[in-house]
Design a protein around this ligand. Sequence first.
Ligand code: HEC
Length: 124
Amino acid sequence: MKKIFLSTLLIAAIALQFCTSPKKTQVAPVTPTVPVAPVVVKVNYETDVKSLLVTKCTPCHFPPDGRKEPLNSYASATKNIDDIIARIKQEPGTHGFMPARKPKLSDSVIHVFEQWKADGLLEK
Ligand code: HEC
């Protein structure tokens, strides 16, 4: 009697394994119902670059007070972008460093100019 009971238990245990194991593999991966699109905001002159030039490069590059290469328009900023990036990345005290006689721009500000170029120099 004891043997029968034990073997029944064993069969039940094996049967249970067969019943439960496929379930584990059937668990569907959780997929979000609303696809989350990455937010890609491109840098543009009107929103991001213009105000930086105004605050960091005045008065020298803003006519009529500034007498250096004007950086007061979209056209002049795009024309000089390579020179701008090269100069703001220089170390203070080296020849050609910009903004002249001011502290070096922060990495995040420098990055805005680099990203603007990478994004295709958008106006707005
Ligand atoms: C205190 C005045 C002053 C400020 C502020 C200043 N610059 Fe200049 N900039 C100069 C002078 C002076 C020169 C010419 C000397 C030279 O070429 O190194 C010059 C030259 C340049 C040139 C080369 C253009 C050319 O054809 O002569 C670029 C590009 C430039 N600056 C970018 C900038 C940027 C970008 C800023 C702001 C982040 C800035 N500068 C802020 C005085 C200034």
